[in-house]
Write a protein that binds this ligand. Structure first.
Ligand SMILES: [Zn+2]
Length: 265
């Protein structure tokens, strides 16, 4: 499955050779244990609501609610069992399917008036009759920052649920802030370092719950860091040869760390 292109429709119906993904109300996603994938043939009995979420050449992919009947090769997987099946393609699929599911089924009310919003429309918007405001789904922009100095990379352990992995500095973009200013601020807040030569590398949608991750590298002006104990458990400079355990593929932090090591001068 390559070149998944985002596309949305509430009116288009599946052709026999299209594919579906299915998410239930516990936000578990249907997984085929035998083929190890999240795409399924269009079943005879479809739920009443069905949304096109991708197109790929002549093939469309639809999001549907829980299927009444599934065969024994399939099961609904919860988030904690998903990680081991994530790769570049399944992450793109899951990221869009989960976020569209949340938007359609969980975002029901206008934040100004408390009025019930319309059903999702063909352009993915919802509408509030009482204040005439149009709503579109939201995502949260986040930066990742790999900091280098003298052929070493700074990796930290965050004070969160993933305490065993060493990774890059990360943080949410503040309202009104540019990405570059966010990188500077987060690095200074978390480890007290001033930086230069901020370079953008790549981005990735991350659906737990709705981040758009954007990866940067930068050089520290000196190596004397001072950690913010609320956010960071420990920080260290690492050379290529003595890397600690880092986040696995297909996470963007993995790509950023490996790429930074390759280009480190
Ligand atoms: Zn309203």
């Amino acid at each position: 499955m390559k070149n998944l292109t985002s596309s949305f429709s509430i009116s288009q119906k599946p052709k026999p050779d299209d594919l579906i993904v299915s998410i239930n109300s516990r936000k578990e996603i249907l997984f085929n244990k035998k083929n190890k994938n999240f795409f399924h043939k269009v079943p005879d009995q479809l739920p009443s609501q069905i949304f096109k979420i991708f197109e790929e050449d002549n093939l469309n992919i639809f999001l549907v609610e829980e299927l009444k009947e599934i065969n024994e090769e399939c099961e609904y997987l919860s988030k904690k069992f998903l990680y081991s099946h994530l790769n570049e393609n399944s992450l793109i699929l899951i990221s869009r399917a989960f976020q569209i599911y949340d938007w359609i089924y969980k975002q029901k009310f206008c934040s100004r008036t408390g009025n019930k919003l319309s059903e999702v429309r063909e352009d993915l918007s919802k509408f509030c009759d009482s204040c005439t405001r149009e709503y579109f789904p939201k995502m949260s922009p986040c930066i990742l920052a790999a900091i280098t100095h003298n052929k070493k990379i700074l990796l930290v352990k965050h004070n969160n649920e993933i305490r065993t992995l060493s990774t890059v500095i990360a943080g949410f973009v503040e309202l009104g802030e540019s990405l570059e200013d966010c990188v500077k601020r987060e690095v200074f807040e978390e480890v007290g370092l001033k930086i230069k030569n901020i370079k953008y590398l790549a981005s990735q949608s991350w659906p737990f719950p709705n981040q758009l991750m954007m990866a940067f590298s930068a050089e520290a002006l000196n190596d004397r860091f001072e950690i913010d104990n609320n956010e960071i458990l420990e920080a260290n400079w690492y050379s290529k040869e003595n890397l600690p355990q880092i986040p696995p593929e297909p996470s963007l932090s993995n790509t950023l760390i490996l790429n930074t090591l390759k280009t480190m001068i």
